[in-house]
Design a protein around this ligand. Structure first.
Ligand SMILES: C[C@H](O)[C@@H](O)CC(=O)C(=O)O
Ligand SMILES: [Mg+2]
Length: 444
């Protein structure tokens, strides 16, 4: 059966999280978690659609939506089979329109929009096959997986033959790890207690609640000034005790020297990692920080714009944890490349999920990584934040601080139609009502 993508619709969906300061950090004080969301409508007899999105934090979401619309002609009118017959060529097609590529290349808004569309095509493919995305990937042979990856700019460190070898190593034992994850789930950590805008009382209370729910790994936002960071780290350590893992995230606010100096002070709280200590583009800066603050390790990835920057971070021994982002990289194809690079360099992948729908996405990637690429759970956790899962048709299922593998067909990206309508910006009823009441307040 041939499935034609007959239409591409893009939506600007925003959630007013800045009202509660959920998601806040030292760089991003008041984010509105948002999705530049795309639906691929098809002629499938069961009405199957491909859904995908890229995550932003509010203003600027409309820029991603505009970029999705600019890329839409690259998929509209094509068949799914044309793409799935050669996924490497599909990805080149999506990143290769020279006039659009000029405004990247393979980075920034155009790349995030590419991710939304690429992920929507993978979602559609998985739905047509009746499998969750992770299972679609796990059931592919090493040869088929390698054929999905664009090795351009990677061949100096990773050739298709080497990637094939890495995948072949674990192919005979995939079934064991799949059974293990279906039984026990994939380990996770929570960022839900440690947002920068939360009061100390809230921080304490949320740590206690999370512990009671079975969480053992916690992330704290830092970069708020040494004394404030120390105070918050002390509270979190007191609450979670010495046996739980504490991670720190500075969201890019420091200079290189400052990151080293502050982390030398905060080392007393025994963080496992410092995340985004400085600019995500400063590869050598990350390497200098990593050397200076060991055994605390450096983590980054949510703003790492493509596989080439990850390649250099690995080459420079600049990071101890690789935090892939499902829609900052250009969708599933590029994520596969980075998973293989990380495996080659022996760096654990701990996906970024602080954003709407990111948990739904990245669970598939981490599960596939364990089963088919890394074969290890050591030092590996998926981030979890407790917000906005109710807007998804198949939200993540957590048990005792672990992600249970999703079973529904697709990439878990599909939002409820009601949520899309209610939170569409600026005319959806939630935003329209908010604007009305703000105008009323001003006129009083
Ligand atoms: C603005 C986002 O909430 C950001 O703080 C997320 C993040 O850094 C993380 O989850 O890590
Ligand atoms: Mg972060």
């Amino acid at each position: 059966m041939t499935v034609t993508i007959v239409d591409v619709r893009a939506y600007d969906i925003r959630f007013p999280t800045s009202r509660t300061l959920a998601g806040s950090d030292a760089m991003n004080a008041d984010p509105d978690y948002s999705a530049a969301y795309v639906i691929l409508r098809t002629d499938h007899p069961n009405g199957l659609e491909g859904h995908g999105f890229t995550f932003t934090i509010g203003r600027g979401n409309e820029v991603c939506v505009a970029a999705i619309r600019a890329l839409a002609p690259l998929v509209r009118g094509h068949t799914l089979e044309e793409f799935t017959a050669d996924m490497r060529a599909f990805w080149r097609h999506m990143t290769g329109d020279s006039q659009l590529r000029w405004i990247g290349p393979e980075k920034g808004v155009i790349h995030m929009a590419t991710a939304a569309l690429v992920n929507a095509v993978w979602d559609l493919w998985a739905k047509v096959e009746g499998k969750p995305l992770w299972k679609l990937l796990v059931d592919m042979s090493p040869e088929q997986l390698v054929a999905c990856i664009d090795f351009r700019y990677l061949s100096d460190v990773l050739s298709p033959a080497e990637a094939l070898e890495l995948l072949q190593r674990l192919a005979p034992t995939r079934a064991e790890r799949e059974a293990e994850l279906l039984r026990l789930g994939y380990p996770a950590y929570t960022t839900g207690a440690g947002w920068s805008g939360y009061s100390d009382e809230q921080l304490r209370l949320l740590c206690r609640q999370a512990l009671a729910e079975g969480w053992r790994h916690f992330k704290l936002k830092v970069g708020l000034g040494l004394e404030r960071d120390r105070q918050r780290a002390r509270i979190m350590r007191e609450e979670i005790g010495p046996g739980c893992t504490l991670m720190m995230d500075a969201n890019q606010v420091w200079e290189v020297g400052e990151a080293i100096a502050v982390m030398q002070e905060l080392a007393e709280f025994q963080p496992l990692w410092i995340e985004e200590p400085t600019s995500p583009d400063d590869i050598l800066g990350h390497a200098a920080i990593a050397r200076a603050i060991a055994p605390v390790r450096v983590a980054t990835g949510e703003h790492v714009q493509n596989r080439i920057i990850f390649k250099q971070l690995f080459q420079a021994q600049a990071i101890g944890f690789c935090q892939i982002d499902a829609c900052r990289l250009g969708g599933v194809n590029e994520v596969l490349a980075v998973l293989l690079l990380a495996a080659k360099y022996g760096i654990p992948v701990c996906p970024h999920a602080g954003g709407v729908g990111l948990s739904e996405y990245v669970q598939h990637l981490a599960i596939f990584d364990y089963i088919a690429v890394s074969g290890s759970l050591e030092g590996r956790m998926i981030e979890y934040t407790p917000h906005l899962h109710e807007h998804f048709v198949h939200p993540v299922v957590m048990r005792n601080g672990r992600y249970l593998p999703p079973l529904a067909p697709g990439y878990s990206a599909t939002m409820h139609a009601d949520s899309i309508a209610a939170y569409s910006f600026p005319d959806g009823p939630v935003w329209a009502e908010m604007q009305r009441s703000e105008a009323e307040e001003l006129s009083e």
